[in-house]
Design a protein around this ligand. Structure first.
Ligand code: NDP
Length: 420
């Protein structure tokens, strides 16, 4: 029996909400609140009569702590699920602290306005000290640790697939498969085809910022940064086939380097088709990926936001996307004094997702873990005051929930390693 406030009603939230409604025994009441209330109302109307979960809706601007606080105080939820954008992480955490409510999200904080001088000063110091230059990092949310601990509240960060499930896979490997882990390669393969020359599978602004940033990986206790898309490998993915993939900076590397300190190297690779890369390079060359406002015919526009308006809505890709995703981790290390390699991954079919929740697999593989993470918090299976990432909790009940609710794991005891 619980009351949950979901903030955001985009591609990922749609899946998470539909999955919560499949587990009405735990998710007894849901309030869907977002900037555009009409989207919340449409989803609530569609789900009415199909679920025992009692759904209400609200409008909220999650950039404003006072609006959030008023909503949380009036609804009195047990948990706030932030499935809006990374820009809102800090305001929603503030409101949760003000109201004494647990918090979770699916992506770590980054600012919407990267020209803000106060933010930039901290960012530039971090680039120099840490050695990676992505706009997002955990420092902003880790700074809330003591306040959440003192309040006896839990904040669960990054509970999608990657970040999220990939860290639970690491925790599982550490708990059950290895005495020491030497290397971790996280591989995110989307073998799906939506038939468009160029479209992004989740929020275009967040997605394009991520993939156009320099790549980086963790090796021998420090970050190694390389130009965007400069490290390319090929890998033969189960049920998808051979794909080209590129090394990216990714947020879970930062927390894994802290929580699995013996890991000598941690890398993240994502597959991209040639058409996606050609379009991205061209858009970047002409300035369309810029987050800095420009004046156009007397008004300020942000190029990447304008581009978002032109691109297909990721939520509309569901019916036209065919193929599968394969996302997981490959480990090397030692067990009982012997060298060992081992991998764990999930394969998800775009069309099966669409039939179940009217979404493609990218939103599905993020929304299902968000629901399962909420389930862990609401049932007390994960309970630790403070600000935590997924690998800090027991992976066993979480992976069991994922197996049960749509993202079953697969294991390979002799996986091919990524070259080099
Ligand atoms: P969408 O753009 O589809 O949806 C975002 C939602 O947030 C929209 O409903 C939007 O409202 C709402 N929103 C935005 N700003 C505000 C605001 N100020 N106040 C209230 N609501 C707001 O994004 P996705 O569903 O694709 O992504 C959701 C999150 O999931 C992102 O943080 C993304 O980074 C993360 N993600 C995580 C992954 C993982 O594996 N961990 C993978 C993929 C995504 P409106 O309808 O008005 O625009």
């Amino acid at each position: 029996m619980s009351k949950v406030l979901v903030i955001g009603c985009g591609g990922v939230a749609n899946v998470a909400i539909r999955k919560c409604c499949q587990v009405s025994g735990v998710f007894t009441e849901l309030c869907i609140a977002s900037r555009t209330k009409a989207k919340c109302d449409a989803l609530a109307a569609e789900l009415a009569g199909q679920t025992a979960t009692k759904i209400t809706t609200a409008r909220v601007d999650a950039d404003k702590v006072e609006e959030l606080t008023a909503l949380i105080q009036s609804y009195q939820p047990d948990l706030v699920m932030n499935i809006a954008l990374p820009y809102q992480d800090l305001t929603i955490m503030e409101a949760c602290l003000a109201c004494g409510v647990n918090y979770m999200d699916t992506a770590n904080y980054e600012p919407e306005d990267t020209t803000d001088p106060a933010w930039r000063a901290v960012y530039e110091k971090r680039c120099k000290e840490q050695g990676f230059s992505a706009y997002f990092d955990y420092s902003w949310q880790w700074a809330y640790r003591k306040r959440f601990e003192d309040a006896g509240l839990t904040a669960l960060l990054g509970c999608g697939f990657d970040p999220g499930v990939t860290q639970a896979y690491c925790a599982w490997a550490k708990k059950h498969e290895f005495d020491t882990i030497d290397t971790i390669d996280i591989l995110d393969c989307n073998g799906g085809d939506h038939g468009y020359a160029f479209a992004t599978n989740f929020n275009p602004e967040v997605n394009l910022r991520e993939v156009s940033a320099p790549g980086s990986y963790w090796e021998d206790g420090r970050w190694v940064e390389v130009p965007a898309m400069s490290i390319k490998r090929e890998y033969d993915f189960d049920q998808v086939g051979r794909k080209e993939m590129y090394l990216l900076h990714h947020e879970e590397i930062e927390s894994l380097a802290k929580n699995i300190p013996e890991a000598r190297r941690i890398r993240f690779f994502m597959t991209f088709g040639q058409s996606y890369l050609d379009h991205m390079r061209c858009l970047e060359d002409v300035g369309m990926l810029s987050t800095v406002p420009v004046e156009f015919e007397g008004r300020q526009i942000v190029p990447i936001q304008f581009l978002k308006a032109l691109l297909p809505d990721p939520a509309s890709l569901g019916p036209r996307t065919h193929g599968k995703t394969n996302i997981g981790c490959i480990f090397t290390g030692k067990k009982d004094g012997k060298d060992k390699t081992w991998s764990i991954y999930n394969v998800c079919d775009h069309q099966e997702c669409y039939r179940e929740v009217k979404s493609q697999a990218i939103s599905y593989t993020t929304g299902v873990p968000a629901m399962c993470g909420a389930l862990m918090l609401l049932t007390g299976q994960w309970a630790a005051p403070g600000v935590h990432t997924v690998e800090e909790f027991d992976p066993d009940p979480f992976l069991e929930a994922l197996d049960r609710y749509g993202l079953p794991r697969r294991v390979n005891r002799a996986p091919a390693l990524v070259d080099g």
